[in-house]
Design a protein around this ligand. Sequence first.
Ligand code: PLP
Length: 412
Amino acid sequence: MSTAPAPLRDAADWRADFPALRQSVHGRPLVYLDSAASAQQPGAVIDAVASYQREDHANVHRGVHTLSHRATEAYEGARDKLRDFVNASSRSEIVLTKGTTEAINLVAQSYCRPRLQPGDNIVITHLEHHANIVPWQLVCEQTGTELKIAPINDRGEVEVDGLYGLIDEKTVLVGIAHVSNALGTVNPVEDIVAYCRDREAAVLIDGAQGVPHLPVDVQTIDCDFYTFSGHKMFGPTGTGVLYGREALLDAMPPWQGGGDMILEVTFDKTTYNELPYKFEAGTPNISGAVGFAAAVDYLQRIGMRQIADYEHELHDYMVSRLRGVDGIRFIGEATRKASVQSFLLDDIHSHDLGTILDHQGVAVRTGHHCAMPVMQRFGVSGTCRASLALYNNRDDVDRLVAALEKAREIFG
Ligand code: PLP
């Protein structure tokens, strides 16, 4: 967080940084409202990856030659930037993964599995992405322990008292999204962490939808683990971070074995590398890390506070415009929201609606959003989801609304 934010620029300038947004789809200028699935990349990220591939590519850590040094510097430089971005206290706490999913599985298998005893439990909430459900189901099955689910209310907010009621002396870990991908709900993670800290339950925050839209400081949140993905914050796919408190990571066994995570291997005994390399077996995604670092530079140049404020204002505008569309039904109306609005229109199937919007150049997500329990909670099979990023503007929202009006005409 040390980079000083750039002076306020017009959102149109930010949009111009993203080459993919200059194209037309089905003869209409593209309106991209699917950043919660994967955000577009600015030229700075694309160029950083291309330049690395052209000039610096080699394997990291083991080489004595110049290109290997350059690749190592770039890869480890990315770790330093990511440490700074979420304000971890040490670079040892930043494990580079292929995404949020891998990071959560790592915690389930390396932190929880050795600790879980029959009678213990893990607590999550009803609004989680499958990535913050299935790894816990797997580890609970493996250890014969219980997965408890905290309820959400009709607005799509976690019922915090219900959550607290599930946490007891047998709770090993609480896993909760910072921001729900299906509903946009921002959870009160600092309060939840404080409650869990008093009861000695570890907390993992799934920050896949938090980090791209809100300033995140893991020391202020005081969580034990925080996970996020590069491709949702303008970086490449196949990149992500597990932030873990150093003392916890240190005590955890490696998750995967192979090159780079060892100090010495004999057939009698293998000794493991120090943090964070103990958790990074095999050749990592080096070019991805280079792009990830460029994405962090990009976000820091604008400043996360400025991004959050801009998106908040645009989200309010989107909600008020959508509210004016006849036949619209919102799924997710939490008081604190970020970036996302899920909805249905009349009785049009979400995939049909998404296809009609696409033909008008408007890209939204349709279906269950990898959050089937959320859909079950609201009694629907899927929704349309419009999600915002800093490159969107009011014209995009107006185009979405016009496309929805058109869909109503088509479906009569
Ligand atoms: N958690 C949330 C809240 C998400 O939105 C996503 C992706 O949509 C994930 C986890 C999984 O992220 P990834 O597929 O990058 O591992």
